[in-house]
Design a protein around this ligand. Structure first.
Ligand code: ADP
Ligand code: MG
Length: 457
């Protein structure tokens, strides 16, 4: 069959697909499909549908096959059989269209990730996808493929622990791997402090230069900039200058821009000018998948049945990770293989422990500790080694890891980008103090009470 005819058929299918799925899904997976051939075979027709990558194929086969089939049969007016082909020629074509660079993957060291303030294991591959985050995932993929050209800015919002930071950093990861160095991850709070300092020291030029030279700026928990007029003003200009220069901006928040209190109206509208996607709470399958991914990363072989058991008990990714941490340390302590009974016992204990307790965000823990010791959070996160700063810093690391269940690396990142060995050291020191000094034990208990954590011995 000639190409024009094939294209005409596909145009009909394409039009139907375009209106039936969300824009990110269409842009990421469906836009580049085409009908390669349509041949008579025996009594029916065989259609070959071409796409440009394995991940497009697996998505389309998994979720869109039925619909594509129906639409095509409608166009052709006959029953068809389908085949998928990955066309390398199309890959090239598509790459040039999308302006994606053709260079090979760049090898990156731990230092590269630290410089960009990112965690190395926050990748798209390590991100489990399900209904609640499918759209955000597709959007992140599209943005990673075409920095500055797909959705700009990309705004991701959702509750605590749904994977916003992870997904955002995955885009940064892809950018670094493609050879782009001008990548920076920045918590909203830090961004704010940076600007406040600069305004105070009259060094705004320097700070401007730092942000404006970026190709990809990721601002995490951007709601923190709200309410501070001068900071918002500065950000507004940085934001515009990056977008005009073709740079990509990604932001996360706990809510959509329109609902962020005290956020400048100009920023509200700018934030929504690209794409706003939300991530909902993880369903059971996703929770199980997250556990399996995390266990694998830590070299812990977690049987599926155990993962499912745990996933029925905990709702949030952070709690799941916390439990996994507990399970692994239990195994290290026991020095024998754990059984499913151990898992059940630990889950039961966990119930007691978290009974009545609130789910805390790391930010709440940080603020509470800073308040408690009357030391500004910026100093706790800073480099100074005065005794009155070092101790709160260590207690904070201890609480985030032991009570919050955050991995060592994540704690290090949150507390001013420290190495995980520093966190291990802090945990050791605080642990020893608690066990040998009654006053300190009481102090940490007090803090736990303030945080609303149940105390259990
Ligand atoms: P948020 O920024 O939304 O509060 P994070 O990105 O910090 O959440 O995620 C919390 C933890 O849960 C991280 O360790 C992250 O890797 C993990 N996580 C969340 N969602 C997923 C997912 N879909 N796949 C794999 N890990 C996930
Ligand atoms: Mg986050």
């Amino acid at each position: 069959m000639d190409v024009d005819k094939l294209n005409e058929y596909w145009k009909g299918v394409d039009a139907a697909l375009k209106v039936s799925v969300s824009q990110p899904i269409y842009m990421t997976y469906l836009k580049n499909l085409r009908l390669v051939s349509l041949e008579q075979s025996g009594n029916g027709l065989v259609a070959e549908i071409g796409c440009n990558s394995v991940w497009v194929r697996s998505f389309v086969e998994g979720r869109m096959w039925g619909q594509i089939g129906q639409e095509l049969e409608k166009m052709v007016g006959n029953k068809c059989e389908f085949k998928f082909v990955i066309e390398s020629r199309r890959v090239e074509e598509w790459k040039s269209v999308s302006e994606a660079p053709l260079f090979a993957e760049t090898k990156r060291s731990g230092d590269d990730f630290r410089k960009a303030r990112m965690l190395e294991h926050y990748t798209l591959d390590n991100f489990a996808v399900s209904g609640s985050n499918q759209m955000a995932y597709a959007a992140a993929q599209a943005v990673a493929k075409r920095l500055g050209n797909a959705y700009n800015p990309l705004f991701i919002y959702g509750g605590v622990g749904v994977g916003k930071t992870h997904l955002m950093q995955s885009v940064g990861h892809e950018a670094l791997k493609s050879g782009e160095d001008r990548v920076l991850f920045c918590p909203g709070e830090e961004f704010t402090n940076d600007l406040i300092e600069a305004i105070k020291n009259k060094s705004t030029e320097k700070v401007r230069a730092k942000y404006r030279k970026l190709k990809l700026l990721m601002i995490d928990d951007v709601q923190f900039i709200a309410g501070k007029m001068t900071v918002q003003e500065e950000f507004f200009h940085t934001f515009n200058s990056l977008l005009t220069g073709g740079s990509q901006i990604i932001m996360t928040s706990d809510r959509p821009p329109a609902e962020i209190n005290k956020l400048d109206d100009r920023l509200k509208s700018r934030f929504g000018a690209g794409l706003i996607v939300d991530i909902g709470p993880a369903d059971f399958e996703l929770r199980t998948a997250i556990l399996l991914i995390k266990a694998k990363q830590r070299g812990f072989s977690l049987p599926m049945a155990w993962a499912q058991l745990v996933a029925t008990k905990y709702e949030g990714a952070r709690e799941l990770e916390g439990f996994l941490t507990k399970l692994i340390s239990e195994k290290d302590l026991a020095k024998i293989e754990l059984t499913v009974e151990d898992v059940k016992r630990l889950l039961k204990n966990g119930e007691k422990e978290t009974f009545g307790a609130r789910i805390l965000s790391p930010q709440e823990v940080m603020n509470t500790v800073a308040d408690y010791y009357h030391v500004p959070l910026a100093q706790i996160k800073g480099e100074r080694r005065f005794k009155h700063i070092v101790w709160p810093r260590q207690v904070l690391m201890y609480l985030l890891h032991k009570d919050g269940g955050l991995p060592l690396e994540e704690v290090g990142r949150l507390i001013g980008g420290r190495d995980h060995t520093t966190v291990i050291h802090a945990n050791g020191r605080v642990g020893v103090e608690i066990n040998t000094n009654m006053n300190i034990a009481a102090e940490v208990e007090n803090l736990r009470k303030k945080l609303g954590l149940q105390i259990n011995h």
